[in-house]
Design a protein around this ligand. Structure first.
Ligand SMILES: *[C@@H]1O[C@H](CO)[C@@H](O)[C@H](O)[C@H]1NC(C)=O
Ligand SMILES: *[C@@H]1O[C@H](CO)[C@@H](O)[C@H](O)[C@H]1NC(C)=O
Length: 421
Protein backbone atom coordinates (compact mmCIF):
# COMPACT_ATOMS: atom_id res chain seq x y z
CA UNK A 1 0.00 0.00 0.00
CA UNK A 2 2.69 2.55 0.95
CA UNK A 3 4.40 1.74 -2.34
CA UNK A 4 1.52 2.92 -4.43
CA UNK A 5 2.04 6.67 -4.27
CA UNK A 6 5.74 6.71 -5.23
CA UNK A 7 5.01 4.27 -8.03
CA UNK A 8 2.29 6.48 -9.37
CA UNK A 9 4.61 9.47 -9.23
CA UNK A 10 7.23 7.44 -11.06
CA UNK A 11 4.75 6.56 -13.81
CA UNK A 12 3.67 10.17 -14.13
CA UNK A 13 7.26 11.35 -14.43
CA UNK A 14 8.00 8.71 -17.05
CA UNK A 15 4.81 9.54 -18.93
CA UNK A 16 5.50 13.25 -19.04
CA UNK A 17 9.08 12.52 -20.04
CA UNK A 18 7.77 10.48 -22.98
CA UNK A 19 5.37 13.24 -24.02
CA UNK A 20 8.16 15.82 -23.77
CA UNK A 21 10.43 13.71 -25.97
CA UNK A 22 7.76 13.33 -28.64
CA UNK A 23 6.89 17.03 -28.46
CA UNK A 24 10.52 18.00 -28.71
CA UNK A 25 10.94 15.62 -31.62
CA UNK A 26 8.03 17.19 -33.50
CA UNK A 27 9.47 20.62 -32.87
CA UNK A 28 12.94 19.59 -34.03
CA UNK A 29 11.81 17.92 -37.21
CA UNK A 30 8.91 20.10 -38.28
CA UNK A 31 11.00 21.37 -41.17
CA UNK A 32 11.56 17.80 -42.37
CA UNK A 33 7.88 17.04 -42.58
CA UNK A 34 6.73 19.41 -45.27
CA UNK A 35 4.28 17.54 -47.39
CA UNK A 36 5.50 16.87 -50.88
CA UNK A 37 2.86 16.29 -53.45
CA UNK A 38 3.94 14.50 -56.56
CA UNK A 39 1.05 13.41 -58.68
CA UNK A 40 1.58 10.04 -60.26
CA UNK A 41 0.33 9.14 -63.68
CA UNK A 42 -2.40 6.52 -63.93
CA UNK A 43 -1.38 2.96 -64.63
CA UNK A 44 -2.45 3.03 -68.25
CA UNK A 45 0.22 5.55 -69.28
CA UNK A 46 2.72 2.82 -69.92
CA UNK A 47 4.94 4.48 -72.46
CA UNK A 48 8.48 3.38 -72.06
CA UNK A 49 10.85 6.31 -71.72
CA UNK A 50 9.08 9.24 -73.30
CA UNK A 51 11.63 11.02 -75.48
CA UNK A 52 13.69 12.45 -72.63
CA UNK A 53 16.79 10.35 -73.07
CA UNK A 54 19.65 11.93 -74.92
CA UNK A 55 21.85 8.90 -74.68
CA UNK A 56 19.87 6.24 -76.49
CA UNK A 57 17.58 7.81 -79.01
CA UNK A 58 17.11 4.42 -80.62
CA UNK A 59 16.38 1.10 -78.96
CA UNK A 60 19.41 -1.12 -79.20
CA UNK A 61 19.28 -3.84 -81.84
CA UNK A 62 19.31 -6.56 -79.22
CA UNK A 63 16.00 -5.36 -77.86
CA UNK A 64 14.04 -4.41 -80.90
CA UNK A 65 11.95 -7.52 -80.74
CA UNK A 66 10.78 -7.23 -77.14
CA UNK A 67 8.62 -4.88 -75.10
CA UNK A 68 10.14 -3.44 -71.92
CA UNK A 69 8.51 -4.78 -68.77
CA UNK A 70 7.00 -2.07 -66.60
CA UNK A 71 5.10 -4.00 -63.92
CA UNK A 72 7.60 -5.05 -61.31
CA UNK A 73 7.57 -6.70 -57.94
CA UNK A 74 10.98 -6.38 -56.33
CA UNK A 75 11.08 -8.31 -53.08
CA UNK A 76 13.61 -6.15 -51.24
CA UNK A 77 15.59 -8.40 -48.94
CA UNK A 78 17.80 -7.04 -46.13
CA UNK A 79 21.57 -6.51 -46.43
CA UNK A 80 21.83 -7.80 -50.00
CA UNK A 81 22.65 -4.66 -52.05
CA UNK A 82 18.89 -4.22 -52.40
CA UNK A 83 19.07 -0.45 -51.72
CA UNK A 84 21.23 -0.07 -54.80
CA UNK A 85 18.65 -1.94 -56.85
CA UNK A 86 15.86 0.08 -55.33
CA UNK A 87 17.50 3.29 -56.50
CA UNK A 88 17.54 1.87 -60.03
CA UNK A 89 13.82 1.07 -59.80
CA UNK A 90 12.85 4.42 -58.29
CA UNK A 91 14.59 6.24 -61.13
CA UNK A 92 13.13 3.96 -63.78
CA UNK A 93 9.62 4.36 -62.38
CA UNK A 94 9.88 8.13 -62.15
CA UNK A 95 11.28 8.46 -65.63
CA UNK A 96 8.53 6.33 -67.14
CA UNK A 97 5.79 7.84 -64.97
CA UNK A 98 4.89 4.53 -63.37
CA UNK A 99 2.83 4.21 -60.24
CA UNK A 100 4.60 2.95 -57.13
CA UNK A 101 2.80 1.17 -54.34
CA UNK A 102 4.53 2.97 -51.46
CA UNK A 103 4.37 2.45 -47.71
CA UNK A 104 2.87 5.03 -45.38
CA UNK A 105 4.65 6.81 -42.52
CA UNK A 106 7.77 4.68 -42.81
CA UNK A 107 10.09 3.20 -45.42
CA UNK A 108 8.79 -0.39 -45.21
CA UNK A 109 5.42 -2.16 -45.24
CA UNK A 110 5.22 -2.63 -41.46
CA UNK A 111 8.09 -5.10 -41.49
CA UNK A 112 8.39 -7.60 -39.79
CA UNK A 113 4.59 -8.03 -40.09
CA UNK A 114 3.38 -9.81 -43.20
CA UNK A 115 2.52 -7.65 -46.16
CA UNK A 116 -1.10 -6.62 -46.67
CA UNK A 117 -2.44 -4.46 -49.47
CA UNK A 118 -4.00 -2.05 -47.02
CA UNK A 119 -0.50 -1.02 -45.87
CA UNK A 120 -0.01 0.73 -49.21
CA UNK A 121 -0.20 4.52 -48.95
CA UNK A 122 -3.64 5.76 -50.05
CA UNK A 123 -4.61 2.24 -51.09
CA UNK A 124 -7.77 1.95 -53.13
CA UNK A 125 -9.07 -1.33 -54.51
CA UNK A 126 -9.00 -1.38 -58.27
CA UNK A 127 -6.22 1.18 -58.65
CA UNK A 128 -3.46 -0.23 -60.79
CA UNK A 129 0.06 -0.14 -59.40
CA UNK A 130 3.21 -0.81 -61.44
CA UNK A 131 6.06 -1.14 -58.98
CA UNK A 132 6.59 -2.45 -55.46
CA UNK A 133 10.15 -2.12 -54.16
CA UNK A 134 10.11 -1.36 -50.42
CA UNK A 135 11.03 -3.77 -47.66
CA UNK A 136 8.26 -6.16 -46.70
CA UNK A 137 7.76 -9.64 -45.37
CA UNK A 138 6.61 -11.33 -48.54
CA UNK A 139 3.02 -12.48 -48.72
CA UNK A 140 2.36 -13.81 -52.21
CA UNK A 141 -1.44 -13.77 -52.06
CA UNK A 142 -1.67 -10.14 -51.05
CA UNK A 143 0.97 -8.98 -53.52
CA UNK A 144 -0.85 -10.79 -56.32
CA UNK A 145 -4.06 -8.95 -55.47
CA UNK A 146 -2.24 -5.62 -55.72
CA UNK A 147 -0.31 -6.00 -58.97
CA UNK A 148 -1.24 -6.77 -62.59
CA UNK A 149 -1.07 -10.39 -63.73
CA UNK A 150 1.92 -9.91 -66.02
CA UNK A 151 4.06 -8.48 -63.19
CA UNK A 152 7.69 -9.56 -63.21
CA UNK A 153 8.72 -10.87 -59.77
CA UNK A 154 12.34 -10.75 -58.73
CA UNK A 155 14.51 -10.62 -55.63
CA UNK A 156 18.14 -10.76 -54.60
CA UNK A 157 20.00 -13.18 -52.32
CA UNK A 158 23.47 -13.15 -50.81
CA UNK A 159 25.89 -15.67 -49.36
CA UNK A 160 24.38 -16.20 -45.88
CA UNK A 161 27.81 -16.08 -44.20
CA UNK A 162 28.32 -12.52 -45.33
CA UNK A 163 24.71 -11.60 -44.89
CA UNK A 164 24.80 -12.87 -41.31
CA UNK A 165 27.87 -10.80 -40.52
CA UNK A 166 26.34 -7.73 -42.08
CA UNK A 167 22.97 -8.17 -40.39
CA UNK A 168 24.56 -8.86 -37.00
CA UNK A 169 26.62 -5.71 -37.24
CA UNK A 170 23.86 -3.48 -38.59
CA UNK A 171 20.95 -4.61 -36.43
CA UNK A 172 22.49 -5.62 -33.12
CA UNK A 173 21.24 -2.38 -31.54
CA UNK A 174 17.70 -3.61 -32.24
CA UNK A 175 18.17 -7.19 -31.02
CA UNK A 176 18.32 -7.17 -27.22
CA UNK A 177 19.53 -10.76 -26.98
CA UNK A 178 22.87 -9.76 -28.55
CA UNK A 179 23.58 -7.17 -25.87
CA UNK A 180 24.67 -9.75 -23.31
CA UNK A 181 27.09 -11.59 -25.60
CA UNK A 182 30.54 -11.05 -24.08
CA UNK A 183 33.89 -10.62 -25.75
CA UNK A 184 35.55 -8.50 -28.41
CA UNK A 185 34.25 -10.49 -31.35
CA UNK A 186 30.59 -11.05 -30.55
CA UNK A 187 29.86 -12.83 -33.81
CA UNK A 188 32.53 -15.42 -33.15
CA UNK A 189 31.26 -15.88 -29.61
CA UNK A 190 27.69 -16.27 -30.85
CA UNK A 191 28.59 -18.78 -33.56
CA UNK A 192 30.68 -20.90 -31.16
CA UNK A 193 27.56 -21.64 -29.25
CA UNK A 194 24.46 -20.22 -30.93
CA UNK A 195 21.99 -22.36 -28.97
CA UNK A 196 23.17 -20.75 -25.77
CA UNK A 197 22.60 -17.20 -27.02
CA UNK A 198 19.74 -17.51 -29.49
CA UNK A 199 16.22 -17.11 -28.24
CA UNK A 200 13.69 -18.00 -30.97
CA UNK A 201 11.06 -15.93 -29.14
CA UNK A 202 13.27 -12.88 -28.58
CA UNK A 203 12.53 -9.44 -29.99
CA UNK A 204 13.73 -9.12 -33.61
CA UNK A 205 15.34 -12.58 -33.45
CA UNK A 206 14.95 -12.99 -37.24
CA UNK A 207 17.97 -10.75 -37.80
CA UNK A 208 20.08 -13.55 -36.30
CA UNK A 209 18.93 -16.62 -38.25
CA UNK A 210 17.85 -17.30 -41.84
CA UNK A 211 16.90 -13.69 -42.48
CA UNK A 212 16.32 -14.34 -46.19
CA UNK A 213 13.88 -17.13 -45.44
CA UNK A 214 12.10 -14.78 -43.08
CA UNK A 215 11.91 -11.92 -45.58
CA UNK A 216 10.47 -14.28 -48.18
CA UNK A 217 7.64 -15.07 -45.79
CA UNK A 218 8.78 -18.40 -44.33
CA UNK A 219 9.61 -19.46 -40.82
CA UNK A 220 13.24 -18.61 -40.09
CA UNK A 221 13.78 -21.03 -37.21
CA UNK A 222 13.55 -24.15 -39.41
CA UNK A 223 16.68 -26.26 -39.59
CA UNK A 224 18.12 -27.17 -42.97
CA UNK A 225 16.89 -30.77 -42.89
CA UNK A 226 13.27 -29.74 -42.36
CA UNK A 227 11.29 -30.89 -45.44
CA UNK A 228 9.53 -27.52 -45.50
CA UNK A 229 12.80 -25.91 -46.59
CA UNK A 230 12.73 -27.71 -49.93
CA UNK A 231 9.05 -26.91 -50.34
CA UNK A 232 9.77 -23.24 -49.73
CA UNK A 233 12.55 -23.22 -52.32
CA UNK A 234 10.21 -24.80 -54.86
CA UNK A 235 7.57 -22.19 -54.09
CA UNK A 236 10.05 -19.36 -54.56
CA UNK A 237 11.25 -20.80 -57.84
CA UNK A 238 7.69 -20.93 -59.15
CA UNK A 239 6.65 -17.51 -57.91
CA UNK A 240 9.72 -15.49 -58.93
CA UNK A 241 10.85 -14.90 -62.49
CA UNK A 242 14.44 -14.14 -61.57
CA UNK A 243 16.59 -14.44 -58.46
CA UNK A 244 19.64 -12.19 -58.45
CA UNK A 245 22.75 -12.93 -56.42
CA UNK A 246 24.51 -9.93 -54.89
CA UNK A 247 27.89 -11.72 -54.88
CA UNK A 248 27.63 -11.54 -58.70
CA UNK A 249 25.90 -8.19 -58.83
CA UNK A 250 26.97 -7.03 -62.29
CA UNK A 251 26.14 -10.33 -63.96
CA UNK A 252 22.81 -10.30 -62.15
CA UNK A 253 22.02 -6.81 -63.43
CA UNK A 254 22.79 -7.82 -66.99
CA UNK A 255 20.42 -10.78 -66.68
CA UNK A 256 17.79 -8.49 -65.22
CA UNK A 257 18.19 -5.93 -67.99
CA UNK A 258 17.87 -8.73 -70.52
CA UNK A 259 14.81 -10.28 -68.90
CA UNK A 260 13.09 -6.89 -68.59
CA UNK A 261 14.08 -5.82 -72.06
CA UNK A 262 15.65 -2.62 -70.69
CA UNK A 263 18.66 -0.66 -71.90
CA UNK A 264 22.02 -0.66 -70.16
CA UNK A 265 21.42 3.01 -69.20
CA UNK A 266 18.46 1.88 -67.14
CA UNK A 267 20.60 -0.22 -64.82
CA UNK A 268 23.50 2.14 -64.11
CA UNK A 269 24.03 2.49 -60.37
CA UNK A 270 26.16 3.76 -57.52
CA UNK A 271 26.39 1.49 -54.50
CA UNK A 272 24.09 2.53 -51.67
CA UNK A 273 24.08 1.65 -48.00
CA UNK A 274 27.68 0.42 -48.04
CA UNK A 275 29.52 0.03 -44.78
CA UNK A 276 32.88 1.68 -44.21
CA UNK A 277 35.65 -0.94 -44.52
CA UNK A 278 37.03 -0.11 -41.04
CA UNK A 279 33.83 -1.18 -39.32
CA UNK A 280 33.95 -4.84 -40.33
CA UNK A 281 36.08 -7.40 -38.56
CA UNK A 282 36.07 -9.79 -41.51
CA UNK A 283 35.32 -13.48 -41.26
CA UNK A 284 37.72 -16.40 -41.25
CA UNK A 285 36.87 -19.42 -43.44
CA UNK A 286 36.03 -21.30 -40.26
CA UNK A 287 33.62 -18.58 -39.13
CA UNK A 288 31.99 -18.50 -42.56
CA UNK A 289 31.47 -22.23 -42.36
CA UNK A 290 29.82 -21.88 -38.96
CA UNK A 291 27.64 -19.00 -40.16
CA UNK A 292 26.39 -21.04 -43.14
CA UNK A 293 25.70 -24.00 -40.91
CA UNK A 294 23.79 -21.83 -38.43
CA UNK A 295 21.81 -20.28 -41.30
CA UNK A 296 21.29 -23.68 -42.89
CA UNK A 297 17.95 -22.97 -44.59
CA UNK A 298 19.32 -19.78 -46.15
CA UNK A 299 22.44 -21.64 -47.23
CA UNK A 300 20.36 -24.22 -49.13
CA UNK A 301 18.28 -21.44 -50.64
CA UNK A 302 21.40 -19.58 -51.70
CA UNK A 303 23.15 -22.58 -53.20
CA UNK A 304 20.07 -23.51 -55.18
CA UNK A 305 19.64 -20.07 -56.73
CA UNK A 306 23.35 -19.46 -57.18
CA UNK A 307 23.38 -22.59 -59.32
CA UNK A 308 20.35 -21.45 -61.30
CA UNK A 309 21.87 -17.98 -61.81
CA UNK A 310 24.97 -19.56 -63.30
CA UNK A 311 22.89 -21.85 -65.48
CA UNK A 312 21.15 -18.73 -66.81
CA UNK A 313 24.48 -17.01 -67.40
CA UNK A 314 25.63 -19.98 -69.43
CA UNK A 315 22.47 -19.89 -71.45
CA UNK A 316 22.95 -16.17 -72.00
CA UNK A 317 26.49 -16.91 -73.21
CA UNK A 318 29.64 -16.49 -71.13
CA UNK A 319 31.34 -14.39 -73.75
CA UNK A 320 28.34 -12.16 -74.27
CA UNK A 321 28.07 -11.76 -70.51
CA UNK A 322 31.70 -10.71 -70.25
CA UNK A 323 31.22 -8.09 -72.96
CA UNK A 324 28.07 -6.79 -71.31
CA UNK A 325 29.77 -6.55 -67.92
CA UNK A 326 32.72 -4.69 -69.43
CA UNK A 327 30.35 -2.28 -71.15
CA UNK A 328 28.51 -1.74 -67.86
CA UNK A 329 31.78 -1.08 -66.00
CA UNK A 330 32.88 1.40 -68.61
CA UNK A 331 29.64 3.32 -68.34
CA UNK A 332 29.74 3.22 -64.54
CA UNK A 333 33.25 4.67 -64.53
CA UNK A 334 32.07 7.49 -66.79
CA UNK A 335 29.17 8.26 -64.47
CA UNK A 336 31.41 8.21 -61.41
CA UNK A 337 33.73 10.67 -63.06
CA UNK A 338 30.78 12.85 -63.99
CA UNK A 339 28.77 12.75 -60.77
CA UNK A 340 30.86 12.02 -57.71
CA UNK A 341 33.12 14.49 -55.99
CA UNK A 342 36.50 12.78 -55.63
CA UNK A 343 35.13 9.77 -57.54
CA UNK A 344 34.37 7.63 -54.48
CA UNK A 345 32.18 7.18 -51.39
CA UNK A 346 32.99 9.01 -48.14
CA UNK A 347 31.98 8.81 -44.49
CA UNK A 348 28.73 10.50 -43.59
CA UNK A 349 30.36 13.31 -41.60
CA UNK A 350 32.09 14.45 -44.79
CA UNK A 351 28.81 14.85 -46.66
CA UNK A 352 27.69 18.44 -46.57
CA UNK A 353 24.35 18.15 -48.36
CA UNK A 354 21.69 16.79 -45.96
CA UNK A 355 19.72 15.39 -48.89
CA UNK A 356 22.60 13.06 -49.67
CA UNK A 357 23.42 11.90 -46.14
CA UNK A 358 22.67 8.19 -45.71
CA UNK A 359 20.64 6.69 -42.88
CA UNK A 360 22.74 5.15 -40.09
CA UNK A 361 22.17 2.06 -37.93
CA UNK A 362 21.53 2.44 -34.20
CA UNK A 363 24.56 3.67 -32.30
CA UNK A 364 27.10 3.87 -35.11
CA UNK A 365 27.75 6.02 -38.15
CA UNK A 366 29.35 3.48 -40.42
CA UNK A 367 27.36 3.82 -43.65
CA UNK A 368 29.08 5.67 -46.48
CA UNK A 369 27.58 8.15 -48.93
CA UNK A 370 28.57 10.58 -51.67
CA UNK A 371 29.14 14.24 -52.41
CA UNK A 372 27.86 15.59 -55.68
CA UNK A 373 30.55 16.94 -57.94
CA UNK A 374 30.50 20.69 -58.40
CA UNK A 375 30.35 22.63 -60.53
CA UNK A 376 28.34 20.42 -62.82
CA UNK A 377 26.72 20.70 -66.17
CA UNK A 378 23.05 21.36 -65.31
CA UNK A 379 21.92 18.77 -67.84
CA UNK A 380 23.67 16.06 -65.84
CA UNK A 381 22.89 17.45 -62.42
CA UNK A 382 19.48 15.87 -62.11
CA UNK A 383 20.36 12.33 -63.07
CA UNK A 384 23.52 12.44 -60.92
CA UNK A 385 21.59 13.72 -57.93
CA UNK A 386 18.95 11.02 -58.26
CA UNK A 387 21.58 8.32 -58.60
CA UNK A 388 23.26 9.55 -55.41
CA UNK A 389 20.14 10.14 -53.32
CA UNK A 390 19.72 7.64 -50.46
CA UNK A 391 16.50 5.69 -50.07
CA UNK A 392 14.96 7.76 -47.27
CA UNK A 393 15.34 11.09 -49.04
CA UNK A 394 14.25 9.59 -52.34
CA UNK A 395 11.05 8.23 -50.78
CA UNK A 396 10.35 11.63 -49.22
CA UNK A 397 10.66 13.24 -52.60
CA UNK A 398 8.07 10.77 -53.91
CA UNK A 399 5.65 11.91 -51.23
CA UNK A 400 6.14 9.32 -48.47
CA UNK A 401 5.90 10.97 -45.08
CA UNK A 402 8.48 9.07 -43.04
CA UNK A 403 7.58 10.38 -39.60
CA UNK A 404 7.76 6.96 -37.90
CA UNK A 405 11.12 6.09 -39.43
CA UNK A 406 12.50 9.48 -38.44
CA UNK A 407 11.10 9.21 -34.94
CA UNK A 408 12.86 5.88 -34.42
CA UNK A 409 16.08 7.26 -35.83
CA UNK A 410 15.87 10.30 -33.63
CA UNK A 411 15.11 8.24 -30.50
CA UNK A 412 17.98 5.88 -31.35
CA UNK A 413 20.41 8.76 -31.72
CA UNK A 414 19.25 10.31 -28.45
CA UNK A 415 19.62 6.97 -26.71
CA UNK A 416 23.12 6.50 -28.09
CA UNK A 417 24.09 9.99 -26.92
CA UNK A 418 22.57 9.28 -23.53
CA UNK A 419 24.52 6.03 -23.20
CA UNK A 420 27.75 7.72 -24.19
CA UNK A 421 27.37 10.66 -21.82
C1 LIG B 1 7.85 13.18 -77.60
O1 LIG B 1 7.69 12.92 -78.97
C2 LIG B 1 6.37 13.13 -79.46
C3 LIG B 1 6.30 12.75 -80.94
O2 LIG B 1 7.30 11.90 -81.27
C4 LIG B 1 5.97 14.59 -79.27
O3 LIG B 1 4.65 14.79 -79.70
C5 LIG B 1 6.09 14.94 -77.80
O4 LIG B 1 5.82 16.31 -77.63
C6 LIG B 1 7.48 14.61 -77.28
N1 LIG B 1 7.50 14.83 -75.84
C7 LIG B 1 8.47 15.49 -75.26
C8 LIG B 1 8.37 15.58 -73.77
O5 LIG B 1 9.39 16.00 -75.85
C1 LIG C 1 28.13 -19.94 -57.04
O1 LIG C 1 28.20 -20.71 -58.21
C2 LIG C 1 29.42 -20.60 -58.92
C3 LIG C 1 29.27 -21.36 -60.22
O2 LIG C 1 28.88 -22.67 -60.02
C4 LIG C 1 30.55 -21.10 -58.07
O3 LIG C 1 31.77 -20.95 -58.76
C5 LIG C 1 30.58 -20.31 -56.76
O4 LIG C 1 31.57 -20.84 -55.91
C6 LIG C 1 29.24 -20.35 -56.09
N1 LIG C 1 29.29 -19.46 -54.95
C7 LIG C 1 29.18 -19.87 -53.70
C8 LIG C 1 29.37 -18.86 -52.64
O5 LIG C 1 28.93 -21.03 -53.43
Amino acid sequence: MENLAPRRTQKMVLGSFGICIIGFYCFMTSNLRESYSVSLAPCAANTYRSNNSQKTPQRSEEHQACQPKLNLMFMKTHKTASSTLMNILLRFGEKNKLRFALPDGRNDFFYPSNFFRTQVKAYEPGVCYNIVCNHMRFNAMEVEKLLPQDTFYFTILRDPAELFESSFHYYKGYVPQTWRIPGENQIEEFLQNPKQYFNPKGINQFYLKNLQFFDLGFENTMEADDPRVKQAIRFIEERFDLILISDYFEESLILLKDALCWEIEDVLFFKHNVRSPQSGLGMSPQLKFQAREWNGADWLLYQYFNASLWARIEKFGLRRMLENVQDLRRKLAEMEELCIDGGHAVEAQHISDGLLKPWQPLGSASILGYNLRSPMNPGQQEVCRKMLTPEIQYLSSLGVDLWLTRLWGWLGDSLALFRLS
